[in-house]
Write a protein that binds this ligand. Structure first.
Ligand code: NHF
Length: 416
């Protein structure tokens, strides 16, 4: 198949799980001998066209249209203030990639495309434009919804763009059964929705790949000694990821386990609030903040250095971080209220248990689960081993790419 992928994030520009997803999916589709073309956003510093691991990547150069944009857009966008520049860039990106495909790649380079693969609202305008122009099947991958991300608020314009894209799409692929339920509740067309989970690369995310020296280096950097346990949180420091709830849980943990330190890695608007909270709770010597987005190898080393990982998200369509930690043989404590894909990836009881499901709104519940893990070293080890086993049997990208391939092929009726 010649697959046209519209995704605003692609390496080296990875913002979140969507970028990792698109990167791994395309890498595997190339291995499966499909021709992959990715159309993505240029931050101004990237090449407008290049071949990365067999994927043809296009990033048309964005111009600054913020002078003229307010005069021609909806009132809601004008009210976005500085965020309007973000929308202007995205809008232009969508227009530029569509016109590049229709006016240049197809007539001049004789390219042809069998299917459009559109990722979230950020590339949805191009998806609709191209679907109309090329009349080929379109798959709308929904990684999260505007309603969900904003816990019920959010932009009506983005919400309606998501619904509009769904009506143009031939299929909707989403990342968990929890998301499927959310989409149905929000009125998306049930009959179009397929669920395909996210994955992780177990060769990359492997405890064996990280040296003892590297682990020691990380723990020393954070002032964590051999007789202390390290709890890890990695993610955007924003309300829906629940880092504040984890900080609030820590006094309950520390009262039973004084030799515990929490390392919080990530960036976001809650940085100041989290620091103030840990000071107010009198535990700032037990919480270490690293307000950076770490390169992947460094993230892997952080998982290797920790004893357990906690992701108390209030809304998490899938949550690749839980798989990454499980792949590194770490027990996980995950948010499991409302929309939570981690309720599906993490087994919370029985012989195959890999971690605990908690109510992320309740710091006491988070603390209880952490303490259950810390109380028993052999239980901790067993959860970690089970996590890796589960990843290897259910969550490899090979398996996920195969399922996506099947769905794409079913739409274009090519011989398998
Ligand atoms: O894993 C990739 C990612 C998900 O839960 C994550 C999210 C955005 O919020 O599908 O997309």
């Amino acid at each position: 198949m010649n697959i046209c992928i519209l995704a605003w994030e692609f390496p080296p520009r990875i913002i979140g799980g969507l970028g990792t997803y698109v990167y791994e999916l395309t890498r595997h589709l190339v291995k499966m001998e499909h021709n992959i073309f990715v159309f993505t956003l240029n931050d101004g510093s990237l090449k407008t066209r290049e071949l990365i691991g067999g994927v043809e990547v296009h990033r048309p150069k964005i111009l600054d249209i913020s002078e003229i944009f307010p005069d021609v857009v909806a009132e809601e966008i004008r009210r976005w203030g500085p965020g309007m520049r973000f929308f202007a860039d995205l809008w232009l990106y969508n227009v530029l990639v569509s016109t590049k495909i229709v006016n240049d790649l197809i007539p001049n380079e004789k390219k042809s495309f069998d299917i459009l693969s559109v990722h979230d609202w950020l590339s949805a305008m191009a998806g609709i434009i191209l679907k109309k122009a090329l009349k080929i099947p379109m798959v709308f991958h929904i990684h999260s919804t505007e309603k969900g991300r904003s816990l019920g608020d959010g932009s009506p314009l983005i919400d309606s763009l998501e619904h509009k894209t769904a009506t143009y799409a031939d299929k909707i692929i989403t990342v968990s059964y929890a998301m499927k339920d959310e989409l149905i509740a929000l009125g998306f067309p049930t009959e179009k929705i397929e669920v395909v989970w996210n994955g992780v690369d177990p060769n990359k995310y492997s405890q064996d790949r990280v040296s003892r020296e590297k682990i020691r280096e990380i723990r020393t950097k954070y002032g964590i000694s051999d007789n202390e346990k390290m709890i890890l949180f990695i993610g955007r420091l924003t309300g829906v990821k629940g880092p504040d709830k984890l900080v609030l849980a820590m006094p309950h943990v520390i009262s039973e386990f004084p030799n515990v330190k929490l390392v919080i890695v990530g960036k976001g608007e809650m940085e100041g609030e989290l620091m103030r909270l840990s000071e107010r709770l009198g535990i700032s010597n037990r919480i270490i903040f690293n307000f950076n987005m770490l390169p992947e190898e460094e993230r892997i080393a952080h998982y290797a250095a920790c004893d357990l990982a906690v992701f108390p998200s209030l809304y998490e369509p899938f949550g690749i971080v839980a798989l990454e930690a499980m792949s590194m043989k770490k027990p996980v404590v995950v948010g499991a209220r409302g929309v939570s894909g981690m309720r599906e990836s993490v087994v919370s009881a029985g012989p195959d248990q890999t971690g605990y499901h908690i109510n992320p709104y309740d710091p006491y519940d988070i603390a209880m689960a952490i303490k259950m893990i810390l109380r028993d070293e052999s239980h901790m080890r067993r959860l970690g081993e089970n996590g890796r086993k589960r990843v290897l049997s259910e969550f490899t990208w090979e398996k996920i790419a195969k399922r996506i391939e099947e769905i794409y092929l079913s739409l274009i009726n090519l011989p398998r």
